[in-house]
Design a protein around this ligand. Structure first.
Ligand code: GDP
Ligand code: IMO
Ligand code: MG
Length: 422
């Protein structure tokens, strides 16, 4: 039975999903995003071009692959239009190979305002949201108030829009939030008009017919497993299911039609926004990692928090997703460290455990490390597995043994070519 593969992040996002989807696309007919929205920033680098995608799947630069924006995705038409314009400037033919699910929900200007109002009201407990309106849009989806791509094709679109905005205005006044909607609406409606030239599709049929016809499909996740609404470090999470099951919900693929699950992780950890981060290095070592790894958000430019690799968290993500193979990113960034710490256990209320528990607040949980030797070799030009230093091979073997999962790709730089098949 033909099955769809899923590729997703195992940490707090920004693992390098965009780069790897781009690398793998030649082996696939369809690349499909299944959740999240413009909170994502997926970076691709090739032929001297560096490009960041937010909503459009990372297969878009390949000549033949069809790119699907699934029903689980939330779309901000204004950002989507900007993405389309940026691709047009690079002469990428988008119209023929991009389709959007009619069931995908729309981010309204008032969703963004509500996101800002909600964060402001949380004060020091704020989530650190990207402020793209993600939370409020998914709230309207589950609250059964949302506006969808398919609504654009109906006569009642403006009426439905007005009704939803009326609700939002009441919420904004409850928050005492000042705003100027008249400034935002014209651009939003222009962008809606612009989107009409794209293919709005019942993608659940398209995807399932493609699976039946033997086409190769790769579902591209956004964010990471530790930001999942159910299994992440709640409430410091995003508002969608970022895990493998999200690909079933977000595309209409049945669980028994999921094939390989490719888990992407950094050789260390990063997190952007608030929330607990057990192995965080809030010190000069962490700063060095941030500088070498250029750890600044692809969407917001915020500095990313950095820390050592966290094996119990990785094992947790592997289990929840059913990961069949791992890909380790940014190995090159660790080249300048004499020794490396790897978190293998936690002290949880004073007891040593090897799994990620419910509460990972630093008050209750501290990391326990094993120290290994670094490799001090510039990896960025290495293309051959045989040329990797022994210490890095030991690091890889250690992770494979702990996680009982093979690492099939090691990435040693942001460019397409800086990718080593293991
Ligand atoms: P995504 O959200 O998972 O697609 O990841 P982002 O694009 O937000 O962040 C990953 C960042 O690391 C981007 O700037 C990539 O260009 C860069 N990157 C990806 N792989 C590597 C790698 O192996 N080494 C280095 N140094 N940078 C990488
Ligand atoms: P990609 O796909 C890293 C984080 C935000 C914040 C929390 C909630 O590029 O890996 P939201 O805007 O969803 O309400 O923010 O989630 N976050 C991400 N962090 N990478 C992402 O996406 C993220 N998308 C959201 O920083 O902490
Ligand atoms: Mg990113």
């Amino acid at each position: 039975m033909n099955k769809a593969d899923v590729l997703l992040g195992l940490q707090w996002g920004d693992e390098g999903k965009g780069k790897i989807v781009d690398v793998l696309t030649p082996a696939y007919d369809i690349i499909a995003r299944f959740q999240g929205g413009p909170n994502a920033g997926h970076t691709l680098e090739f032929n001297g071009i560096k490009h960041v995608l937010h909503t459009i799947p990372s297969g878009i630069f390949h000549p033949t692959a069809v790119n699907v924006v699934g029903n689980g995705v939330v779309i901000d038409p204004v950002i989507f239009k900007k993405e389309l314009d940026a691709l047009a400037a690079l002469k990428v033919d988008v119209k023929s190979k991009l389709m959007i699910s009619r069931r995908a929900h729309l981010i309204l200007p008032t969703h963004r305002l509500l996101d800002a109002a909600s964060e402001a009201s949380k004060g020091k407990n704020k989530i650190g949201s990207t402020l793209k309106g993600i939370g409020p849009t998914y709230m309207d989806k589950t609250g059964r108030n949302g506006l969808r791509i398919g609504d654009i094709e109906t006569k009642e679109f403006k009426e439905k829009y007005d009704a939803l905005v009326e609700k939002h205005k009441q919420l904004l006044s409850y928050h005492n939030f000042e705003y100027n909607l008249a400034e935002l609406e014209p651009t939003w409606f222009e962008a809606i008009d612009y989107l009409k030239q794209l293919q709005f599709v019942d993608t659940e049929h398209y995807v399932n017919n493609a699976i039946k016809a033997g086409k190769k499909i790769l579902a591209e996740g956004a964010q990471g497993s530790l930001l999942d609404i159910d299994f992440g470090s709640y409430p410091f999470v995003t508002s969608s299911n970022t895990i493998c099951a999200g690909a079933c919900n977000g595309l209409g693929i049945a669980p028994n039609r999921i094939g390989n699950v490719i888990g992407i992780f950094k050789a260390y950890c990063t997190r952007v926004g608030s929330g607990p981060f057990p192995t965080e290095l809030d010190n000069p070592i962490g700063e060095k990692m941030r500088q070498i790894g250029r750890e600044f958000g692809s969407t917001t430019g915020r500095p990313r928090r950095t820390g050592w690799l966290d094996i119990p968290a990785l094992k947790y993500a592997i289990t929840i997703n059913g990961v069949t193979e791992l890909m380790m990113m940014k190995a090159d960034v660790l080249s300048d460290f004499e020794s490396l710490d790897i978190c293998t256990h936690y002290l949880h209320n004073g007891k040593k455990i090897d799994y990620l528990p419910y509460n990972i607040d630093p008050k209750y949980l501290q990391p326990v490390y094993t120290t290994v030797k670094g490799w001090s070799v510039d990896l960025t030009g290495v293309t051959d597995k045989g040329k990797l230093p022994k210490e890095l091979m030991d690091y890889i073997k250690f992770i494979e043994k702990e996680t009982e999962t093979p690492i099939t790709i090691v990435s040693v730089g942001p460019d397409r070519t800086q990718t080593i098949r293991m």
